[in-house]
Write a protein that binds this ligand. Structure first.
Ligand code: UD1
Length: 366
C-alpha cells in the first residue's frame, strides 16, 4: 500500500531541507511524495531558481500566499493547506522543516485534522522569544508527533521541555545532504570569478533578520561596519528583499552602493551561493543555515546576533557571535590566520535523508 507524504516548501531556507528527502523518497513504491509550496517566498531568485538548482519538480500544490503580516501569512497558509487536506489530498504523514511561519502554520492544520506530523530540525532554541522563528520552533515542536533533531543540544532542549524520549530521534543535519548532492556542480560553478573575485580573497555577507535590518539605527551601524571592513577585504553582499526594502526606505541605498570593495548583488541561487561561500575567506551573516554550512566547510563565520539556536556551530565549529563593535577586530583575526578550526558534528554527513527514509518506512509498517 502506498502512503501519501506531504513536504512543506515555503521559504528559501526550507528548500535545501526538503530536496534531499524528496529525492530519497520519490522512487519508493511504498509512498507517494508531494511538495506543497506555500508561496511565502515568491520571487524567482528566492524560490524558482533554487528549486531548479536542487533538481526539484514544480510543486504539486502551490498555495500562493505571498507576503503580509505574520498573522496574515499564517492565516492564509492555514486556510489554504486545510483546504488541500480536506478536499484534495489528505496525507498519511506531513513533514515540516525548519522554523518559518509556514512550518508552524501547516503543522497546526495537520495536527488538528489528526494527521501525523514530523518536524525535521526539531529542538533548536535560541532562547530569544523576540525572534518570530523561536515562536515557530516552540509551537511546532509542542504539537508534532515525531521530533527529528540535528544535534545533541536539540535533544536536550526537547527533553527539558518535557517531550518524551519516544518522540525524539537524532537524524543529523539534512542541509549537508543538499550540499553533498550538488557538490560536483558547486565545485564546477566557480562563482567568485564571475564577480571578479579570487579564491580566499573576499568575504560573503548576508543579513536579513528583523532585529538587524528593520531598525534604521542598527542597520546603519551594520552597514557602516561593512563599508569599513571592505577596505581590508573585498565583501560581496547578497541582499535579501527585506534588507533591500529597509535600505531604500531609510535612504541608505544610494550611498551604500558607491563603495569600490563592496559588491552588492541580488539574492542568488543555491549552487552559485555555495560556490561563493566555499572559497571565501570569511562569512558575515545573521542566517541560521549559513552558520551550519560554514562549520561543515571549516570557514570562519562571524554571526551578527546576540544568540544562536545552533550552539554546536560554536562549540564544535567555526562560528562566533559577534557584536557590531567587534566586527573589525574579528575580521582582523581571520586575516591574521587566528580563527578557530572546527570539526564536523556527528551525523552531519550527507546521509540524513536515507536515515529518515528508513524511519518513515518503519512507521508505515507499524
Ligand atoms: C523568512 C523567515 C526566516 C528565514 C527567511 C529566509 C519567518 C518568520 N521568517 O523571513 O526565518 O530566515 O525567510 O529568507 O518565516 N519578499 C520578497 N520576495 C520574496 C520573499 C519575501 O520581496 O520572494 C519580501 C516580503 O514581501 C517581505 C520581506 O521580503 O516584505 C520579508 O519576507 P517574509 O517572508 O515575511 O520574511 P523573511 O524576512 O524572508
Amino acid at each position: 500500500m502506498s502512503h501519501n507524504i506531504h513536504l512543506i516548501a515555503a521559504a528559501r531556507p526550507n528548500f535545501m531541507k526538503i530536496a534531499p528527502l524528496y529525492h530519497a523518497l520519490v522512487n519508493e513504491d511504498w509512498c507517494k511524495v508531494s511538495i506543497i509550496h506555500t508561496g511565502q517566498h515568491y520571487d524567482a531568485n528566492m524560490s524558482d531558481d533554487i528549486f531548479a538548482d536542487l533538481m526539484l519538480p514544480e510543486p504539486h500544490f502551490h498555495l500562493g500566499v505571498g507576503g503580509g503580516t505574520h498573522a496574515e501569512q499564517v492565516g492564509k497558509v492555514m486556510m489554504a493547506y486545510e483546504d488541500i487536506c480536506l478536499n484534495i489530498e489528505r496525507p498519511d504523514l506531513l513533514i515540516v522543516v525548519g522554523d518559518v511561519n509556514s512550518t508552524a502554520a501547516c503543522a497546526q492544520v495537520a495536527t488538528k485534522l489528526h494527521i501525523k506530523v514530523a518536524h525535521l530540525e526539531a529542538g533548536l532554541r535560541s532562547g530569544d522569544r523576540s525572534m518570530p522563528e523561536e515562536i515557530n520552533r516552540l509551537v511546532t515542536d509542542a504539537i508534532c508527533d515525531y521530533l527529528w533533531t540535528p544535534s545533541p543540544d536539540a535533544d536536550e532542549n526537547l527533553k527539558n521541555e518535557g517531550h518524551p524520549d519516544s518522540r525524539i530521534i537524532r537524524v543529523g543535519n539534512i542541509m549537508m545532504d543538499s550540499y553533498e548532492l550538488l557538490s560536483d556542480k558547486i565545485n564546477a560553478e566557480n562563482a567568485p570569478a564571475k564577480y571578479g573575485l579570487e579564491n580566499q580573497d573576499y568575504g560573503v555577507v548576508t543579513l536579513h533578520r528583523p532585529a538587524n535590518v528593520d531598525d534604521p539605527i542598527i542597520l546603519k551601524t551594520l552597514i557602516d561596519g561593512l563599508v569599513e571592513n571592505s577596505k581590508k577585504l573585498k565583501l560581496i553582499f547578497a541582499i535579501h528583499p527585506r534588507t533591500r526594502k529597509s535600505l531604500e526606505l531609510n535612504n541608505y541605498w544610494q550611498d551604500f552602493q558607491s563603495h569600490e570593495n563592496l559588491i552588492l548583488i541580488e539574492p542568488i541561487s543555491y549552487v552559485p551561493f555555495m560556490s561563493l561561500v566555499k572559497s571565501a575567506k570569511l562569512i558575515i551573516t545573521d542566517s541560521g543555515g549559513i552558520q551550519e554550512e560554514t562549520t561543515y566547510l571549516d570557514i570562519p563565520c562571524l554571526t551578527l546576533r546576540d544568540n544562536t539556536e545552533r550552539p554546536i556551530t560554536i562549540t564544535e565549529g567555526t562560528n562566533r557571535l559577534v557584536k557590531p563593535s567587534e566586527l573589525s577586530e574579528c575580521v582582523d583575526q581571520v586575516l591574521a590566520g587566528k580563527w578557530v578550526h572546527g570539526t564536523k558534528p556527528k551525523n552531519w554527513d550527507g546521509h540524513t535523508a536515507e536515515r529518515i527514509k528508513d524511519i518513515i518506512n518503519n512507521l508505515f509498517k507499524k
